[in-house]
Design a protein around this ligand. Sequence first.
Ligand code: HEM
Ligand code: HEM
Length: 220
Amino acid sequence: MPSSAPAANPGYPRLQILFHWLSVLLMAALALAGGLRHLLAGHAVADMRSVMIVHIGCGMALLFLTLLRAATRLAGPALPPLAGSSRAQRACAHAAHLAIYGLILASCLLGWIIVNAKGLAIPMPLLGFDFPRLVAADPALVAATVGLHEWLGWIFYGLLAVHIAAAVWHHVALKDDTLRRMSWRRPTPAAAPAAADCHRCSPDTLAQNEELTSADRLAS
Ligand code: HEM
Ligand code: HEM
């Protein structure tokens, strides 16, 4: 069947794509800094303060980017489901995405509480103000929340590993448009019919058309 239909799987809006890949960069820096702190703990080889500044700075940026991302996502039209995906697949993807949003918010808010409970404020560089303190200094609260923040973090990294593996599996094994919908380049439009499959476009017909007058063509 000849097809000039638009792509069956329109991609995410460009703004959402930008937010997604910015989140990936922030998340990578945050995790690397958290991991470095873990590895270097007890070895006086690095300035832990700088490592924590990267972890906390990227975490705060991720928190506000995620709030903005969720707000613009909810305000925009819903993305049509990927053609050919089952109801169960869509439910799984939906649950995983909701869990990612939830874990970012929970981890970042807990981190913010830990810093404040340690008696410190979180400064906003360049703009010169401190983020409001969510709690007063409280060593007992620090002790109660540090372990939870760390465990939530490891659970989150695990979920992200599954998320990334799923994206690669869709792209490489299922060869569908899942990853392309989140790429700057739009999903490829539904393939045009091969010339040999289309009697109007076959080389023979084109050659015959060359010999027709305009009136003949209109009548054909
Ligand atoms: C998605 C966001 C975040 C994740 C996944 C995450 C994950 C983690 C993990 C796994 C650790 C333990 C690493 C280690 O043992 O050294 C950690 C430590 C820490 N994080 Fe986060 N974090 C996030 C955001 C934040 C934010 C936004 C803040 C502060 C505003 C923060 C503050 C801290 C602090 C202060 C520690 C050290 C706690 C201590 O042992 O005293 N984190 N984070
Ligand atoms: C290389 C790493 C990553 C790849 C290849 C990737 C790929 C994708 C793809 C293809 C989608 C669209 C899925 C669909 O339409 O069903 C998606 C959605 C999503 N990704 Fe990732 N992702 C990566 C890392 C991350 C990270 C690190 C985060 C979190 C910080 C994240 C958060 C999300 C969220 C929240 C969605 C749902 C978007 C929405 O519908 O609002 N991704 N990702």
